[in-house]
Design a protein around this ligand. Structure first.
Ligand SMILES: [Mg+2]
Length: 268
């Protein structure tokens, strides 16, 4: 794979050294499940010559590779920091950092009880269509989809419209909370078809510990300004915690075009 990083100045030699710009992925850099536009990728590349850049997304690396990378460009060479799964998995300049484990945190017994409950609940839902992969087990969380993650794009849109009307995900989250009140879990509805379940505190703010650790490296940089761009920057949205965190300067965007405009205005 090509390494775009080779021509990029090291982190401690960027013109605006103490600033890092972090982006949500879906609806911020790309339309969900779709590749980023060439214009967006070009702008990110130009931005990276001035400041450090990173993304923080809920999905795993393979999905971000599909959306942001290409067949011959590794997404890890395009950003200084890659934070799949909210930073529970993390890469710095293409190298893997320490990751967190959901199963290690929750334990097999509690996890099994939760999964059995969720699968039973989904089995009893009455949706227009159901596909497959109702629970996706990730490193630092599980992702639950009532319609199933194998749904096609038209099926996703149809579920999303149905969900907007019937609040399937919202009700399901309320019901899981009631069933497992002592689990210490946070539920985050994001994207079109699913919600994430993870230990409280393991939201997108999790990635900030990797950003803050940068200053402790040899020749490391202390990031005194951390910009964050995200579309779900409202209470209950999956960008809310990091957007409203006192450590970040939050920017709310409507869609990728809006992100593009705001980057242009702020940094160029
Ligand atoms: Mg988003």
């Amino acid at each position: 794979m090509a390494t775009a990083a080779a021509v990029i100045p090291p982190l401690n030699q960027r013109p605006v050294k103490n600033t890092i710009v972090l982006f949500d992925v879906d609806d911020t850099l790309t339309i969900p499940r779709n590749p980023a536009s060439p214009e967006m990728l070009q702008l990110l590349s130009e931005l990276r010559h001035r400041v450090a850049i990173g993304y923080v997304g809920g999905s795993d690396l393979s999905k971000q590779q599909e959306q942001l990378g290409t067949t011959d460009v590794d997404v890890r060479s395009m950003f200084d920091f890659c934070f799949p799964e909210n930073g529970l998995s993390a890469y710095r300049m293409g190298e893997k950092l320490e990751s967190a484990s959901f199963i290690g945190w929750i334990g097999e017994e509690k996890y099994k009880a939760l999964v059995k409950w969720i699968l039973r609940y989904i089995a009893d839902l009455d949706l227009p269509v159901m596909r497959g992969t109702f629970i996706e087990f990730r490193n630092g969380m599980i992702n639950v989809s009532p319609v199933g993650r194998n749904a096609t794009n038209p099926e996703r849109l149809a579920f999303n419209a149905f969900d907007n009307e019937h609040h399937i995900r919202e009700k399901m989250v309320t019901d899981i909370k009631a069933a497992f009140p002592d689990y210490g879990l946070t539920y985050s509805i994001g994207g079109q078809i699913s919600f994430d379940v993870f230990p409280t505190g393991w939201d997108k703010t999790y990635c900030l510990r990797h950003v803050e650790a940068e200053k402790d490296r040899a020749g490391g940089v202390e990031y005194t300004t951390i910009h964050f761009f995200g579309d779900k920057a409202y209470e209950g949205g999956n960008d809310w915690e990091i957007y409203s965190d006192p450590r970040t300067v939050g920017h709310k965007v409507k869609n990728p075009q809006d992100t593009y405009q705001q980057i242009k205005e702020l940094f160029f």
